[in-house]
Structure formats: C-alpha cells, structure tokens
Design a protein. Structure first.
Lengths: 400, 133
C-alpha cells in the first residue's frame, strides 16, 4: 500500500475540509511573510538612510525647524524652502574640526507638470558636495551641466526626457538608486540651474530672498567632521560661531527614526506571534475533530493490512501537504500585496522603506513555506498518534 | 452546467469593484488646483472596461450557447484592463501618487483575478463542448 497516492485521494475526497486547512495555513504564512518583509524593508531603509546622509552635522537656518520638520523632509519628501546667506558654508570651514562643508539649496516646486503635488528640487555644488555626488556618480558618467537634472528613483522620468519646473525646461540626465526615503522623490541640479529656477520662482511670485536681501542663498550646509574631533564639540562650536543657524546632528535624526522603527517592528512582530498562536490552536482543534471523523476509516485501513506507523505517516503527510499548499498560497498572496502596494505602505508608515535583496526575499519565502509545513505537521502529530492507535474492532463496533 | 456560471458571477463581482473603485476609493486624487491629469482619463477608461466586463459576465450567465466566446472576450478585456493604467494611458510621474501607489496595482490585481476566473470558465465550457462532441 503506497501512502502518497492514498493521502492525495483522501485530500481530494474531502475538498471542504482540505480547503479549510489550507486556508488556515495560508493565513499563517501570509502573516509571517508579509510581516517579515515589512520589518526587513524598514531595516534596509534605515541602513540606506545612514549610508546616504554621509554628513555628521547639518546646518540649517534657525527658522527652518519651525517651517518644516527637517526629518520629515528626508523621510517623506515633505517640501521645504528656507534660506540663509551663502557665506555660512565658508564660515563653517573656519571652525576647527570641520573637514568639508557642502552647501545645498532647496526649492519646493509649485507643481511639476507631471504631478499634482510639489516636488523638492535640491541644488548642489558638485565641486564641494560629498553627500549626493558619490550617488550621482554611480548613475551619471559625465558632468551635470546647466539645466541638467538628476531625478530620484521614484520620479518616473526617463533619461533624456524634459521636465518643466517653474516653466523652465530641465533635461533628465540620470536617475538615482532607491533609498526608501523622501530623497527618492527629489530632483537634483547644480547651483547655476538652481539660480535660474530661483529666478523663475521669483517671477512666479515665490519669494526666496532672505532678510538681508542677498540673492546668493543656500538652504543647508552638510558638514563632515575631521577624524579625531568630537562631533558634539564641533556642533557646539558651529552653533556659537554662526548666528541664526541651527546645527543638527544627523545621528540624533537617525536615532529618532530608529526608535520609531523599533516601535513598528515590535508591533508587527507581536501581531505575527499572536496570529501564529491563535492559528496553531485552531489547527490543533481542527485536527482533533478530524480524528473523531476518521476513526472508522483508519480502522478499516488497519483491517486491510496497514501498519500503525503507516497510518501515522499518512496523517502527517496529509497535514504537511495542506501546510505546503497553504504556505505557497499565503506567501504568494503576501508577496502580491506587499510588493504591489509598497508605495502605499511606505507613505502610511512614514519611515524609510526599501526592499531587501532578491536572495533574502527568496530565502524568507522558502523559510515561510517550510515553517507552514512544520507547524501543520506539529499540530496534527497528536491526532496522527491517536489515529495510529485505533483498535479496529472496538472502533467499528462503537460505530464512531 | 451550473458550474460554468460560477466564473461568470465571480467576474461580475470583480467588474463591479473595478467600476465603482476606479472612480472612488481606488481612483486618482483630484489635483490641488482642480485640474485633471492623464490618470483621470485612465480611471475613466477603467470604468468603461469594468462596465464592459460586467455586461459580458451577465451575458455569460444568461446565454448558454455563447458562453465560451463571452469568456474569451472577458479574458481579452482583462488583458486590456491590465495594460490601460501606465502602459496605454500614462499616469503621474511620481510613484508615491495615489494613481501609481493604489490605482495601478489594485486594478492590475482585480483585472488579473477577473481574467483568471474568465479563463477557468472558458476551459470548463471548452471541456463540455469536447465531451458533447
């Protein structure tokens, strides 16, 4: 007597029962795979943000923090436009311990011709920049010329395409790799292009002039601290030397994000564990009920020569097959949901969100399917043991 | 015979969600300045395709003789539905926009499910025809 064909026939003979067991396991797999991908993506996003920022300190005008959350600007692409004197970058270099100072100018577009929301335009100085330039260099082989722009990965503009910002035609020359942050929906250009865009914005009635009336403006200065210098000491020195400027430590910004991420991870993990415990209990009950239903069937099998071990293996094999089906279905459904609606999940969480590598995802999927099989088999182990000990004569006499 | 109308009902239910969703909870947001973009017209096209699918599904339930052809038409309409947002009609250029983040993936999944249901119906009808022959 072969176990596999018999088990398959048993499952096919009771489609309702089989479907219920598969659905239950699918629910388990969906919770585990979906939850794990979300947690891993958040962690990858945070690592990407750390790598991408590059600077130790960011200098912004004092009023910037009241205008827009600097953290939100990075994480969600919330547009901000705040300006200070361009001389701040040179003054910062005079502070002991400052190795590099890279100025950036921000401009929130009124509305790009592509979308109904504002996009963040960031002007960089390629000669001084050390934060964005290394990432641009990976995508762009030549120099970034005037009216050339590099777009974040989530701005769907092809290379060579023209996008309009404040009615100015800008040519897309490269697209950056994903970071999972608001930087993905930003547009980068050099300072000459930014001056043109600022003038165009001025013509449209969007003022960017600072109180002094100086046209040479920047929005932030990214500071790299020399090795051997304490970042906090340099931070204090910068705050003391530069007036109307706030120095923000990037580490404190990332720590804030990390805390939020830990909170989300804990919630998702707790929910996954609760779902698993509940579903395991339901599976245990389901297989216990199956024992009662199948006592006579197993008694007949014993009478026609099936050994106890064979019956136990058959029950385990059937539950493992339900686990396999449910695991594949649940993982597939979770993959469709998590990957299709990644942009929605990212904007809902408001945290850096970047999928891990394909290898990790495949490994996670395989692990989830294996776990589903193991849990199904474990839940049915007790039932399989009882079924294998069925006394044929007693069972048939009692009519169970 | 009864089995062959089940995919028809499934497609009808999905088509209703597509039709209602494309102009409400799954549809693109109205621009801040009240203007409409290409994604607005994509949602209108999806509304039309959803209505077409629902009519075809109802006809497949009612007309026994034309069922195979109707199911095949539903499969083709579903492919058209998958291709409409993003490929045939462009959407907003930022992937964080509602039309790209919600409408496109949701419509792809709904049309794919409708297409699969219609394909099952077509296979059932084809088998029945073969058995009769």
């Amino acid at each position: 007597m072969k176990i596999l064909p018999l088990s398959l026939k048993n499952l096919a003979r009771k489609p309702g029962r089989t479907a219920a067991l598969v659905l239950l396991t699918a629910f388990l797999a969906l919770a585990v795979f979906g939850g794990s991908v979300v947690i891993l993506s958040l962690r990858t996003g945070l690592q990407s943000l750390e790598a991408r920022l590059g600077a130790d300190i960011i200098l912004v005008p004092s009023e910037a923090q009241s205008k827009v959350s600097f953290q939100n600007m990075f994480l969600q692409g919330t547009t901000g436009a705040f300006y200070m004197d361009a001389a701040v970058a040179d003054k910062a270099l005079e502070v002991p311990g400052v190795e590099k100072a890279a100025p950036q100018t921000f401009l929130a577009s009124l509305k790009a011709d592509c979308c109904s929301i504002k996009i963040q335009v960031i002007g960089i100085d390629p000669a001084k920049d050390f934060t964005v330039q290394p990432w641009i260099a990976r995508s762009l082989t030549g120099d970034m010329g005037d009216m050339d722009v590099v777009v974040g990965c989530r701005v769907e503009a092809g290379i060579g395409e023209i996008i309009r910002i404040y009615e100015q035609r800008c040519k897309v020359v490269a697209q950056l790799e994903p970071t999972g942050t608001g930087l993905d929906i930003a547009v980068y250009c050099n300072m000459h292009t930014m001056d043109t865009l600022l003038a165009a914005a001025e013509a449209k009635g969007v003022s960017h002039k600072i109180a002094s009336g100086d046209d040479s403006v920047i929005s932030a200065v990214y500071i790299k601290v020399k090795d051997g210098y304490d970042i906090d000491t340099v931070n204090t020195a910068l705050t003391g030397k530069l007036r109307k400027v706030t120095a923000v430590r990037t580490r404190s910004m990332i720590t804030g994000v990390s805390d939020s991420l830990a909170g989300v991870s804990r919630t998702v993990s707790a929910m996954t564990v609760v779902i698993w415990i509940l579903a395991f209990i339901i599976l245990l009950l389901a297989y216990t009920l199956v024992v009662r239903e199948r006592t006579r069937e197993f008694a007949v099998l014993r009478l026609i020569g099936a050994s106890r071990g064979m019956l136990g293996r058959m029950a385990l094999l059937e539950s493992a097959m339900c686990g396999l089906g449910g695991g594949i279905a649940g993982t597939g459904l979770a993959a469709i949901g998590v990957f299709s609606f990644s942009a929605l999940i990212e904007s809902s969480l408001g945290l850096p969100y970047l999928f891990p590598g394909i290898g990790t995802i495949l490994l996670l999927a395989a692990g989830t399917v294996l776990l589903s099989i193991a849990v199904s088999a474990l839940a049915s182990a007790f039932a399989a043991r009882r079924l294998s000990r069925v006394q044929p004569g007693t069972a048939l006499r009692e009519g169970n | 015979m009864k089995k062959q109308i089940i995919p028809g009902y499934a497609v009808f239910a999905l088509a209703l969600v597509i039709s209602v969703g494309s102009v409400s909870f799954l549809g693109p947001w109205v621009h801040e300045d009240g203007t409409v973009g290409a994604c607005h017209w994509a949602s209108r096209a999806l509304l039309g395709l959803g209505m077409l699918l629902s009519v075809l599904a109802m006809l497949a339930v009612l007309l026994r003789g034309a069922r195979l052809g109707l199911y095949l038409a539903m499969c083709l309409s579903s492919i058209l539905g998958i291709l409409t947002p993003g490929t045939l009609i462009s959407l907003c250029k930022m992937s964080s926009m509602h039309c790209r983040a919600v409408m496109q993936p949701a419509m792809t999944i709904l049309f794919a499910a409708a297409g699969l249901a219609a394909l099952c119906g077509a296979v059932m009808c084809f088998r029945e025809k073969k058995e009769r022959a």
